[in-house]
Design a protein around this ligand. Structure first.
Ligand code: GLV
Ligand code: GLV
Length: 329
């Protein structure tokens, strides 16, 4: 019998064509609800399921699943219970590396857009409220010379640091907030002597721009809460291109309203696609629809990796990018 793939949402080429070369592909016409997806995975009709971040692959689904692997079309995999997958011998693959620069570009875009009030300005011009050059029109905050605090120091944080250094920012980082870990010069590589390590508390208090680059785990859920927001500088800006639930979004709205911090640039939300009440009404927020990896070339590369992962798992091999290689028994 030929290999059978279940694809919850169509992905760009060359993803689907690689799957079609390897077997039979079923692409669902609309994103499945949780019960429907659980039934499909339990049916025995599919060898591998190719999932999106909005598909919740929890312990209950995995306990019934008869698939060999789950290929997630993302680098993050907080939508999948990895321990449960491993316990059931189900491999999980992801798409690391290919979206690093694109996501760092969006972090920089949000730093520049919040600092220099790009979206407020655009709105003013479109709405006919621009009446000529004025000495104090839309004064923003400097980017050059400002301190950027990076929460996390993985691939995307490093790519953001590289860009920020080119803009003349001072770069601090806390590698695994909220806990502390000392990063030696060897691990720092090209950044040795150019960026400064800080504790999470120091980072919170010293940053003009605080940018989040940690995975979503129990330890990082609400890493930025009311207490952290209260300890940030009054003129500080929060940038989130990682995962929404790392920030207590209601507390963020409150802190922005009360002027505890100055602005926020967000690409991700706590309860996507819903927004915390009041967030969209604040002129000091720049809000993007989770587009960190959204370039034509990056999405095609992600599709290629997700398909290669899926084909390998269907054929009983380790995928090129396994999240839980220990599941192969
Ligand atoms: C996108 O958010 C990803 O994790 O790839
Ligand atoms: C993701 O690719 C990261 O390591 O930051």
């Amino acid at each position: 019998m030929s290999t059978r793939f279940l694809v919850t949402t169509a992905i760009p080429d060359p993803g689907l064509s690689l799957l079609e070369e390897a077997g039979t592909v079923t692409v669902l016409p609309a994103p499945p609800g949780h019960t429907h997806l659980t039934q499909l995975c339990a049916s025995g009709d599919y060898d591998v399921v190719l999932t999106q971040l909005r598909d919740t692959i929890n312990a209950e689904l995995l306990a019934e699943a008869k698939v060999k692997g789950v290929s997630n079309y993302a680098v993050g995999y907080n939508n999948i219970d990895i321990d449960a997958a491993t316990a059931h011998g189900i491999l999980v693959g992801n798409t690391p590396g290919v979206l690093t620069d694109a996501t760092a570009d969006v972090a920089l875009a949000l730093i520049l857009a919040t600092g220099r009030r790009v979206v407020e300005g655009d709105r003013m011009v479109r709405e006919g409220r621009f009446t000529g050059w004025e000495p104090e029109l839309l004064l923003g905050r400097d980017v050059t010379g400002a301190t950027l605090g990076l929460a996390g120091f993985g691939r995307i944080a490093r790519a953001t640091a590289r860009r920020a250094l080119a803009f003349g920012m001072t770069v601090l980082f806390a590698p695994r907030p909220p806990s502390h870990r000392v990063v030696g010069d060897e691990e720092l590589g090209e950044f040795a002597g150019r960026v400064t390590q800080a504790t999470w508390d120091e980072l919170v208090e010293a940053s003009d721009y605080l940018s989040l680059h940690v995975p979503l785990t129990e330890a990082t859920h609400h890493l930025v809460d009311a207490d952290v927001l209260a300890r940030m500088k009054p003129g500080a800006v929060l940038i989130n291109t990682a995962r929404g639930p790392i920030v207590d979004e209601r507390a963020l709205v409150q802190a922005l309203r009360e002027g505890q911090i100055a602005a926020a640039g967000l690409d991700v939300y706590e309860d996507e696609p819903r927004l915390a009440p009041g967030l969209a009404e604040l002129p000091s927020t720049v809000l993007l629809p989770h587009v960190g990896s959204a370039t034509v070339a990056v999405r095609a590369e992600m599709a290629r990796l997700a398909a290669l992962n899926a084909v390998a798992m269907a054929e009983g091999r380790l995928p090129p990018h396994p999240v839980n290689p220990e599941a192969a028994r």
